[in-house]
Design a protein around this ligand. Structure first.
Ligand code: NAD
Length: 467
């Protein structure tokens, strides 16, 4: 598919955005989204939308960048459905006031979760369905109204989301704005009660700056260079398959894709051979003909990635086709840490493999750089695994695997430092979109004079015993 065949990007008229946001505010203020019945019904509608329109989303994802249907379903469309279903089932438990204990003689303490208000969710193009609908599930569960802004870089998906959100969800409480910089800027000029942004750090800074004007809290789900550390004692065949899968999934356009590999120098040759064998096993001798291998999202990213190929020696792969935005699964060797491919998040199917003398050198290499969104350590030595986890910092981590830590919604998903702030998934999403209100409940029967003025020496002495 040539990018020229893409439709013109439909845009929401920016002039109408303030009224659109004001409508969401009125609905929130009127209490429309607070009842658990409304939340349950909307979560159910979100699940239905993901199931019934799955084929439409999968087709849009194919049209936008050739996302393989299985990846589209499992890693993208299903995300929103799973989050909505889990939230619906747990809603009663999550929203119940949490009793934390008593202050003797005073009263009982609780934490109440209350909705924040009107939230803005801005999402990127790489998993454009899931990264919009999965935070939305948390926003609905917590009882907010929401304004959604999908990425303009995947226009077929943006249009499909606009169509289905309007049809399935309550238009008085959930609305969608299509468009790019101009429309997002118009949105950011409005006051929200929370902004949930997923994308690159440059725009993340713009979002945070705009939010600061209204003291609006933000969740920033950003990216970074997620490293793989490969120890000397390890099953290299399995290691290579797990790295290659995480890297070449969605043609490397995954926020937690392995960005580069640091391998014990004694095993470098063998690892590269095994990575090549794994890629061939997955996508055949000519990945261009594989239905299971995605394309680069647009010409701009294709050009950026093609330039990075010159930053090392191509061990395998390296073929490109600008007409179809194809870039083969590629491993680079002899890469300088100062070269552009090691300075920017690659976000494509190019994997630099760098040899290191030992684990200590690999840990130092990671710690000299920004804290990544994910870190992967491959070792059969538990002490080595623990050492890497203890001596490095990353948003999340996986031992002897890649990417899959995102699958368990019981653990929070988010970055640290430059890879992001805040987290979500499952209960963590509900917490992100809720205010935790401290509530003390007292009765009338017991009202000790002790606590009130006039203060006396006797009261002071008694108090001192308790403090
Ligand atoms: P993108 O270009 O689609 O931008 C993200 C959003 O920001 C879009 O909705 C876009 O319209 C908006 N935007 C772009 N320019 C803007 C501007 N000047 N002002 C206001 N809004 C603007 O996506 P991207 O940034 O290329 O996404 C890729 C990045 O996202 C990578 O760094 C990746 O690691 C990161 N990412 C992170 C996660 C995560 O969960 N942490 C998930 C996916 C992607």
């Amino acid at each position: 598919m040539s990018i020229d065949s893409l439709p013109a990007q439909p845009h929401t008229n920016p002039a109408g955005i303030p009224a659109q946001v004001a409508r969401m505010r009125r609905s929130f203020d009127a209490g429309r989204t607070r009842p658990l019945e409304w939340r349950t019904e909307q979560l159910r509608a979100l699940e239905a939308m993901c199931s019934e329109e799955a084929d439409d989303f999968i087709e849009a994802l194919r049209a936008d960048f050739g996302k393989p249907p299985i990846e589209a379903l499992a890693a993208d469309v299903a995300q929103g459905k799973q989050e909505a279903a889990a939230a619906r089932k747990k809603l009663g438990k999550w929203t119940r006031p949490e009793r934390v204990g008593a202050i003797p003689g005073i009263g009982r303490s609780y934490v109440h979760r209350e909705p924040l208000g009107v939230v803005l969710i801005i999402s990127p193009w790489n998993y454009p369905v899931g990264l919009l609908l999965s935070p939305l599930a948390g926003a609905i569960a917590a009882g907010n109204t929401a304004v959604l802004k999908p990425s303009e870089v995947t226009p077929h998906v943006s249009a499909a989301l606009a169509r289905h959100v309007a049809r399935y969800l309550d238009p008085e409480a959930i609305t969608l704005v299509e468009g790019g910089v101009e429309e997002t800027s118009a949105l950011l000029a409005e006051r929200f009660d929370h902004i949930f942004y997923t994308g690159g750090g440059t725009v993340g800074r713009i979002v945070m700056e705009a939010a600061a004007k209204n003291l609006t809290p933000v969740t920033l789900e950003l990216g970074g260079k997620s490293p793989c550390l490969v120890d000397r004692e390890v099953d290299l065949k399995t290691t290579a398959r797990r790295i290659a899968w995480g890297k070449f999934l969605n043609a490397g356009q995954t926020c937690i894709a392995p960005d580069y590999v640091l391998v014990h120098r004694d095993r470098e040759e063998e690892l590269v051979r095994e990575l090549e064998a794994a890629a061939r096993d997955f996508y055949g001798a000519d990945p261009k003909r594989s239905a299971d291998y995605a394309r680069i999202v647009d010409r701009r990213h294709h050009e950026r990635l093609s330039k990075l190929l010159g930053d090392g020696e191509v061990a395998f792969g390296g073929e490109t086709d600008p007409e179809t935005n194809y870039l083969a699964p590629t491993v680079l060797r002899h890469v300088s840490p100062e070269s552009p491919v090691m300075q920017q998040e690659i976000f494509g199917p190019i994997l630099p493999v760098l040899p290191v003398a030992d684990l200590a050198e690999a840990i130092d290499f990671v710690n000299e750089r920004d804290k990544p969104l994910a870190l992967y350590v491959f070792s059969e030595d538990e002490a080595a695994q623990d050492r890497v986890l203890a001596e490095t910092s990353s948003g999340g981590a996986c031992v002897n695997g890649t990417v899959m830590h995102i699958m368990d919604a019981r653990v929070p998903f988010g970055g640290v430092g430059p890879s992001g702030m805040g987290a979500y998934h499952g209960r963590h999403s509900f917490e992100t979109f809720s205010h935790r209100k401290a509530v003390l409940r007292r009765g009338f029967r017991f009202d000790p004079k002790m606590l009130y003025p006039p203060y006396s020496e006797r009261k002071r002495r008694i108090l001192q015993r308790f403090l």
